[in-house]
Each structure stands twice: as C-alpha cells, then as structure tokens.
Design a protein around this ligand. Sequence first.
Ligand code: NAD
Length: 255
Amino acid sequence: MGKLDGRVVLITGAARGQGEQEARLFVAEGARVVLADVLDAPGEALAKELGESAARYIHLDVGEEAGWDEAVAFTKRAFGKLDGLINNAGIAPRNGLVDTSLAEYEEVVRVNQTGTFLGMRAAAPELAASGGGTIVNTASYAALSGLPSLAAYAATKGAIVAMTRVAALELAGRGIRVNALCPGGVDTPMANPGGKVPRQEMDAYFGKCVPLGRVGRPEEMARVALFLSCDDSSYVTGQPIVVDGGWLAGPALPQ
Ligand code: NAD
C-alpha cells in the first residue's frame, strides 16, 4: 500500500530537480500527479515515462494568474479531483543587493512569491471540495538565515513562510494543512547549473558549513514533501520544516 494511494497532486516546477523527484516518489507511493512547468520538453518526457494513468504534463508559468485556473481545471479533467499541491517552482538569480535591478527583483517576486500565492488561492477550493488536502510551499534555508547575493530570493522565501502560516490558519477548518519545506543546499540545476560540478565537489563545498558534511540530494527533499503530503503528518500545519543537514543549527566547527 502506498502512502498516497488514491490522491491527486499538482506539482509545479516538476520538470527537473526537486519537483521531478517529488513526482517520481509520489507516483511510486500511489498518487496520480500533474506536472507543471515552463520547461515543456523534459516535463512532457517525465510524464510519458511515468505513464498516462499516473502522470500528465501541463505548461504553467506559475506567475501568470490565468494559467492557474486552467491547471486546476486540467487536473480535474485528467484525474477527477485535486488532493494536494506542491508549490515548488522557483528561480534564484544571484546578484549583490546594490547590483540587483528592479526588473530582476520583481521577476523573482513574480515567480516565487506571487506564484505561491496564486497556487494556494487556485487550489484551496478544490482541496476543500475533495474533503481536505495538503499544500507544501517550497521556501528555503534563505528564509531563515542570511545568504549573500540572494536578497530578492530571500525576501520571497521569507514571504512564503509568512503566507504559509496565514494559509494554515485560514484553511485548517476546511481540512487543509499547509506547510513550508525549507531546503538547505540541494544538488539540482539551481545550485549546480548544468550539473557541471561533480557531486563530490558539491559535498566538499557544502561540507564546510553543513554539520552533516555534504550537500542535500533532491530525493531527500522529496521524502519530506511526501511526509508533509500524507497522513504521517496529520497533526502538522503552518510550519517551516527545515531540511538542511543541520546548517541552521550553527556552524560546523572542527571538533
Ligand atoms: P531547479 O532549478 O532544478 O528546478 C526549478 C524548476 O522550477 C525548474 O523545472 C524550472 O523550469 C521551474 N520554474 C522556474 N520558473 C518557473 C515558472 N515561472 N513557472 C513554472 N515553473 C518554473 O531547482 P530546485 O532546486 O529543484 O528548486 C525547487 C525549489 O526548491 C525552488 O522553489 C527553490 O527555490 C527551492 N530551493 C532550492 C535549493 C537548492 O539549493 N537547490 C535550496 C532551497 C530551496
């Protein structure tokens, strides 16, 4: 028996990275998933690999209001209902505060923050109609601790943690739990564009400040997203769940 048997989950940013691993794990646990992304070729290929009875792909720019109504309607046409939403899509351009243009700042807000807001707003009525459900908003370690060159990104991730709390309060009565996954460094194209840096080097780099001595794997984020999307977390809502190898606990000084 799978932990998500019979559930239908919409995952944004599912064409690669953490979203891809979430899609793979959720299907393995019995869910049917709709993969949403702007990277159509890998998104479509992943849906095909997972099989039509378990996965479909839709093009969705999460920052576009109109696209969300269609994504939710598409999910209902494909699988009849919606039980879970993973707001995972995100962008993280790196620039110093004084070198960040207003256009870049606003684009990060549009995708990460507005996208998460629009997703929760579009999904909540359908989750309620299904008798309750779960929302996992992907925030970040950067919401809870400073990281240089990520002012816009950190601002949006802090906003996601704040919105998650409000949504949890407002939606609890309709049987909807809302939590924020806060990854530390994860070896995906976001932290390692093109996968150019070998895993060993990524581990060594993050190992300098992460107590567990390595970078996170996208599969490890997927397992926590699964926990937050299934009944194992039935008494958890409104929380930032930090998955960072102990990074936030403090610096890993030599012992
Ligand atoms: P990634 O770049 O591999 O994946 C992000 C996905 O989001 C991509 O498939 C991309 O095409 C999609 N996307 C980007 N803009 C979009 C838009 N407007 N509409 C729809 N889809 C869009 O990176 P990842 O590490 O898998 O990131 C997943 C989430 O985890 C993001 O929210 C990111 O901010 C967060 N996160 C990542 C790290 C890390 O170190 N990798 C750390 C903390 C938090």
